[in-house]
Design a protein around this ligand. Structure first.
Ligand SMILES: [Zn+2]
Length: 231
């Protein structure tokens, strides 16, 4: 095989998502982002730097193009009625079932390890013990992992904006000459990793009454650009 040449590319991205609230029907926008890494490797003898760069870039960019079109991504409490959208939260039932499953999986792993190390009897006891404690903890604390979907008027959420706030943000960016969404994402406490390239996934507007913004700021335009880029 020989020595491998590995090349990674990191993209730091953000997307604004506008919808009509399922509870009060008023439109609002939240911001979602993250970083995505693409990796290419080849044996040193045959590696072509440009080819690898292209491959790594596609591996980072293609998942972003895909996720940017998906309907239910991220989370933001409606700034008008202070509720989460129905798909944005973990219910009490789901939290309880999730923690019970985690307890049983932990018990199975402990059982398996002790079985490999010792006898079936110790495995049964240790696995059973972990299961017992785990299930008790799950019953006691599991539902605390659930979200509070109802109105939380006191909760401050920098990730959401009303239309007026969104338009103000777009205007303050010179109407999109500097990307407003990546700077919004950074303003909510997210810093790009060193050497990461910055990518805006634009505004995905799913409201029944879409806002009029510069075409270049839309998700459609941004992802078209990203899909055509060579790295
Ligand atoms: Zn609402």
């Amino acid at each position: 095989m020989g020595i491998k040449h590995v090349l990674t590319i990191e993209l730091f991205y953000a997307q604004a998502r506008r919808i009509d609230c399922a509870h009060c029907s008023k439109p609002y926008t939240w911001i979602e982002g993250g970083d995505q890494t693409g990796r290419a490797e080849a044996s040193v003898a045959f590696s072509d730097e440009n080819e690898m760069r292209r491959e790594a870039f596609r591996k980072a960019a293609d998942p972003l193009v895909e996720v940017s079109a998906r309907e239910q991504v991220g989370r933001g409490r409606c700034p008008h009625c202070h509720q989460l959208q129905p798909w944005m939260f973990v219910s009490k039932g789901a939290a309880l079932i999730g923690s019970l499953v985690a307890a049983v999986v932990a018990a199975a792993i402990v059982g398996l390890i002790t079985y490999k190390l010792g006898s079936a009897t110790t495995a049964m006891y240790s696995g059973g013990g972990v299961a017992g404690v785990g299930i008790l903890l799950a019953l006691l604390f599991g539902t605390r992992l659930a979200d509070k979907p109802g109105p939380q008027p006191d909760e401050k959420d920098d990730r959401v904006k009303t239309d007026a706030q969104l338009l103000e943000l777009i205007q303050s960016s010179g109407n999109g000459r500097h990307d407003p969404f990546v700077s919004w994402w950074r303003a909510t406490g997210h810093e790009p990793p060193k050497k990461a390239a910055t990518v805006s996934l634009g505004l995905l507007d799913r409201s029944k009454s879409p806002l009029t913004v510069d075409e270049a700021l839309t998700t459609a335009a941004r992802t078209r650009e990203l899909a055509a880029m060579d790295g």
